[in-house]
Design a binder for this molecule. Structure first.
Ligand SMILES: Nc1nc2c(ncn2[C@@H]2O[C@H](COP(=O)(O)OP(=O)(O)OP(=O)(O)O)[C@@H](O)[C@H]2O)c(=O)[nH]1
Length: 492
């Protein structure tokens, strides 16, 4: 029974904990997967879309200004007149720069190859000079304009975005390149702003994979440490206009990457994020879930344990106690007897069995009903218990029979106790149907002899009980006091 109880609790614990663990783990992985998916499919591409659209918006005005300049009649007339007065062009450019608040404005004439700037004529562009290749690329281009990011000719320290707008006359003859320059700083600020707001790494790489533009918080250490993995990633980035993927960094965290080509710059915009912060929240939620699950499991198991123990104790008492009188049941008496025998043998003590029977009990049932009989049985059981020690066993042996196990008690002492019980029962009064009813008991006593079996001792006590009944009831008969013919038989 004990093993079963333990087994039941263990099985219950395993089921409850496995259940909680399984649901928490499933929840955790589903949340993590959907988060990764959201990050890769939505959040990072959205950031890069936002940045790209802001860049496009920033470029819109300079493009418009450059387009207006490329179509300005003044420019055509001035070139057609042989670029006579350079100050006219330089002050035109200065006016544009001032009016639209650009960092520079310029015109390069195809005929003279002179570079006009608000401050004057800066130089003559030449195909031989690699730094001036932008002019010849724009000249060859099929697009109306080419955007170039370069050092400013007037200020070599500054990286600028140049809108190189092609000028063509009515007959599509190439006249030159005109346009304005913007500070790249506004793009840097954009990156900084996004980086601060979302904690994501944002930078631009050129088609060779070199980092061209980055924020001040760019973690070059992370990129150097994970160079091998990132190099592999860049093969993917540089071969596709947009890509989204993740890679494991050398410290075990996950790096999510999204790339998109910014055709205006011919650069790739990269948005990166190491371990999504929401993933930390999912982990915290998982830990909380598990703690709650553990606490609930412990409470459930504790309650189950209490319930099982109560149930177990009830079953035990049902099996070991007589329901009506609360006396020990007959099934377990022999067990107690054997225990008492070995104890008495160890201590060299006597042990006496007393078989008590209520006299003419049937008449009580017959005259006053079964309930009256039950009451008599219960009262007599209580009375017997109150006259013996705690460790003595009072067993309901049969219908109206009680068997007493008096350990450490010889025949003489047992006789004395039984006599007291007999007298006490005789003194009891019951009131049934306005009648005062008295009951008596008879008893047979047998002291256990050396190497005597349980059945033999009981049989002797039973025999003496029969003698007591035969002697007229309301008396007790112990071993060695047989005053009845030895041929007496127990009637039943
Ligand atoms: N009320 C009640 N009666 C019971 C219970 N168990 C047994 N009995 C009755 O007890 C009676 C015992 O009757 P008998 O064996 O004839 O014995 P008796 O009437 O006591 O006569 P003697 O033993 O010869 O003095 C029977 O009528 C049983 O039905 C019980 O739990 N409650």
């Amino acid at each position: 029974m004990v093993i079963n109880k333990r087994f039941y609790i263990i099985i219950l614990s395993v089921i409850v904990l496995t259940g909680f663990l399984a649901t928490s783990l499933i929840g955790y992985f589903v949340a993590k997967d959907s988060l990764t998916e959201r990050l890769q499919q939505e959040m990072l591409p959205l950031t890069s879309d936002n940045i790209y659209s802001e860049i496009q918006r920033d470029l819109l005005q300079p493009l418009l200004i450059s387009s207006l300049m490329a179509n300005d009649v003044f420019v055509f007339d001035w070139v057609n007149n042989g670029e006579k007065d350079a100050t006219k062009m330089t002050s035109y450019l200065a006016q544009i720069q001032k009016k639209y608040n650009t960092i520079t404005s310029f015109f390069i004439s195809e005929k003279s190859r002179l570079y006009y700037h608000p401050t004057g004529v800066l130089k003559k562009v030449s195909e031989a000079n690699e730094d001036e290749s932008w002019y010849f690329e724009a000249k060859k281009s099929h697009h109306p304009y080419v955007i170039n990011i370069d050092r400013d000719t007037a200020d070599q320290r500054r990286l600028s975005i140049f809108v190189n707008y092609r000028i063509e006359d009515k007959s599509n003859n190439f006249i030159g390149i005109i346009g304005v320059g913007l500070a790249l700083q506004s793009v840097v600020e954009l990156i900084e702003n996004y980086q601060k707001r979302y904690g994501r790494e944002i930078y631009f790489v050129n088609r060779q994979g070199e980092v061209m533009l980055r924020s001040s918080q760019y973690q070059s250490e992370l990129h150097t440490k994970n160079k091998a993995a990132l190099d592999k990633a860049f093969v993917k980035i540089l071969t596709s206009p947009s890509a989204s993927f993740s890679l494991k960094t050398e410290n075990g965290s996950t790096l999510y990457l999204n790339s998109r080509l910014v055709p205006e710059f011919d650069w790739y915009l990269i948005v990166e994020q190491v371990n999504d912060p929401s993933s930390d929240r999912i982990e915290t939620a998982f830990i909380i879930n598990m703690t709650v699950a553990l606490v609930i499991s412990v409470i459930v198991l504790l309650l189950a344990h209490i319930a099982v123990r109560g149930y177990h104790e009830r079953l035990e008492s049902m099996a070991t106690q007589d329901k009506l009188t609360g006396a020990t049941s007959r099934q377990v008496f022999e067990f107690y007897f054997k225990q008492a025998v070995s104890r008495c043998r160890r201590r060299d003590e006597s042990l006496t069995l007393v078989l008590l029977d209520i006299d003419l009990f049937k008449l009580i049932n017959d005259n006053y009903g079964h309930q009256a009989g039950d009451l008599v049985l219960t009262r007599i059981a209580q009375l017997i218990k109150s006259h013996v020690r705690e460790e003595d066993i009072v067993c309901r042996w049969g219908g109206e029979e009680f068997l007493l196990l008096l350990a450490g008690c010889d025949l003489e002492r047992a006789r004395g106790i039984t006599e007291i019980i007999r007298a006490a029962v005789a003194g009891l009064q019951f009131h049934f149907n306005n009648h005062v009813v008295r009951v008596t008991i008879s008893a047979g006593l047998a002291e256990m002899q050396q190497s005597e079996a349980f059945a033999q001792v009981v049989e002797r006590a039973d025999h003496h009980l029969y003698e007591a009944k035969h002697a007229g009831r309301n008396c007790i008969k112990p071993d060695g006091e047989s005053d009845v013919a030895s041929g007496l038989q127990r009637a039943g």
